[in-house]
Design a protein around this ligand. Structure first.
Ligand SMILES: [Zn+2]
Length: 255
């Protein structure tokens, strides 16, 4: 039985190279499943291979990240078409205003790429995992044009007003290790409808203010859930139940 789902992690990142087997062992021993997202065509391909080797714990997403907005979309569309039965969702996709700063060309390239990704998610009825740094309103504006099943704004870093807008649209919002030390994040969590909350590590991101700045592993997740349960004033096991139900609904699959 699955106890928790790490809704957003990059298991094919180079920083996991020597840590992959221990990470898989952790997932198995903690009954955690991991949604492994991709950044581009190369990592999407690796992700599918990884998921076929660890089918019991890895849920593979394929997507092109806004930092890779120059990738070839035709090749990627072919790839998704050929593997649509195995791809569990489209991600990591989205917009990153800070990454392109005041470069409008770069931002419009990101928007084009994000549109391509949303078309794929709609066409194949897949959930999405969305990066929205500095661009929550633009992401939400664009989402309105598509009929999509489950959208996750991962590592939500918007305002309370944007949170309200996102959750009114039915978007899921995930919280990660930052919750352990940030009162701002806990305050956002308190305002998030419970049926739209998910948890994530975003490994291999390192968190300078907790977990000794190490590469984030799935084993960090129970600590995040512990803080989440305390923040919401509920039992740990109750929190796990809510999170699993939400994960199932978001992913539209049995876990
Ligand atoms: Zn990520």
């Amino acid at each position: 039985m699955t106890t928790l789902v790490d809704a957003h992690i990059h298991l094919t990142d180079e920083q996991f190279a020597g840590l992959l087997q221990p990470a898989m062992n952790m997932l198995r021993s903690l009954d955690i499943k991991a949604v492994s997202v991709s950044m581009d065509m190369t990592s999407a391909t690796k992700n599918m291979e990884l998921a076929s080797s660890y089918v019991d714990v890895v849920i593979p997403f394929a997507g092109i990240h806004p930092w890779s907005a120059n990738e070839n979309t035709e090749d990627f569309t072919d790839f998704v078409s050929k593997n649509s039965d195995k791809i569990a969702g489209i991600g990591e996709i989205g917009l990153d205003r800070k990454y392109v700063s005041d470069n409008e060309d770069g931002y419009s390239r990101q928007k084009n790429m994000f549109e391509h990704m949303l078309v794929l998610a709609e066409r194949f009825s897949k959930p999405t995992s969305i990066h929205s740094r500095g661009s929550v309103d633009d992401v939400l504006d664009m989402l309105q044009s598509y009929k999509l099943k489950g959208n996750l704004l991962h590592w939500f870093a918007g305002s309370k007003k944007q949170l309200q807008r996102a959750t009114d649209m039915g978007c899921y919002v995930s919280y990660g290790p930052v919750l352990v030390y940030s009162e701002d994040k806990r305050s956002l969590l308190r305002d998030t409808p419970r049926e739209l909350v998910l948890v994530e590590t975003d490994g291999p991101v390192r968190y300078a203010r907790c977990f000794e700045d190490r590469v984030a592993l799935p084993s960090f997740l129970p600590s995040v859930v512990f803080v989440l349960a305390k923040t919401l004033g509920i039992d740990y096991s109750n929190a796990c139940d809510i999170l699993i139900q939400n994960s199932r609904r978001y992913l539209n699959r049995a876990l």
